[in-house]
Design a protein around this ligand. Structure first.
Ligand code: HXC
Length: 262
């Protein structure tokens, strides 16, 4: 498929490989418009459906992961148009449908919708030059794709309020302290670090990867008792997989496992 606003590849060694999506509107610091979001949604679903793919990395440029929704595009909208067309919203539920792990590798600005795309991914690896924020308040609007919902779940109420009400940016070190990002690495090593994490996942059972993602996401959708039950059901279910026998058998035989994803 030919994309105009993103670059899509499959990378890695071995039977399972990983998808690599680069947001690519450099002139606008990867500002998100409907075309880019449609392409991102389509690429994520295509990689999710590809049986040779274990997980997906989403990244931007060194200067910007994405500087938010495209302000020039949004400016003329009125409510009826925004509502009817689902302004910058129709593909956010698409991201949630992806069942394989999605790693955001963030360098530079992740602001507004850019921060929200990163938060919609399953984990965020940050370069030491990354800057996160929800500056919508400066434009007379509020975050529209999770900034008031995923951000407080990630960093707590006080810091979410601070960021969204003052519009200030948070650097990578603060984002790591706050729990928004899983690790911070020098900018020059970001892609290698993301590739290493993705390649590690490629060596595991796809069933177990998908079940892990599904179960952790359940923590955000259900009371603890329900989440624990959901987890236990999936845990028990995986004992019907060949990969469980292979993984445990390989450990006991002191050899590397060779998962078949069945
Ligand atoms: C459209 C944008 C843009 C954006 C940057 N550009 N951000 N265009 N929408 N969100 C464009 C600039 O207009 C400029 O184009 C080029 O990218 C380079 O940006 P500069 O501002 O010249 O770069 P710099 O001085 O380095 O400043 C970087 C920046 C600043 C701090 C990131 O660009 C900025 O504040 N951008 C807006 C951030 C923002 O408010 N984001 C939230 C948007 S609202 P030209 O043609 O002049 O070179 C939002 C709502 C989400 O995201 C709703 C749900 C998805």
């Amino acid at each position: 498929t030919a994309y105009e606003n993103i670059l899509v590849e499959t990378r890695g060694e071995g039977p399972l490989r990983y998808g690599w999506i680069t947001l690519n509107r450099p002139k606008a610091l990867n500002a998100l418009n409907d075309a880019l979001m449609d392409e991102l949604g389509a690429a994520l679903l295509a990689l999710d459906a590809d049986e040779g793919v274990a997980c997906i990395v989403v990244t931007g440029s060194e200067k910007a992961f994405a500087a938010g929704a495209d302000i020039a595009m949004m400016n003329p909208f009125n409510f009826p148009d925004a509502y009817r067309r689902g302004l910058i919203s129709r593909n956010w539920d698409t991201i949630r449908q992806v069942r394989k792990p999605v790693i955001a590798a963030v360098s530079g600005f992740a602001l507004g919708g850019g921060c929200e795309v990163a938060m919609a991914c399953d984990m965020i690896l940050a370069a030491d030059n990354a800057k996160f924020g929800q500056p919508e308040i400066k434009l007379g609007i509020i975050p529209g794709a999770g900034g008031t919902q995923r951000l407080p779940r990630a960093v707590g109420k006080s810091k979410a309020m601070d960021l969204a009400l003052t519009g200030r940016m948070m650097d990578a070190a603060e984002a790591e302290r706050a729990g928004l990002v899983s690790r911070v690495v020098p900018a020059a090593e970001l892609h290698a670090e993301a590739a290493k994490a993705a390649q590690a996942m490629c060596g595991y059972s796809l069933l177990a990867l998908m079940a892990t993602k599904e179960s952790i996401n359940r923590a955000y959708e259900s009371p603890l008792a329900e989440g624990l039950l959901f987890e236990r059901r999936l845990f028990h279910a995986l004992f019907s997989s060949a990969d469980q026998k292979e993984g445990m058998g390989a450990f006991l035989e002191k050899r590397a496992p060779n998962f078949t994803h069945r």
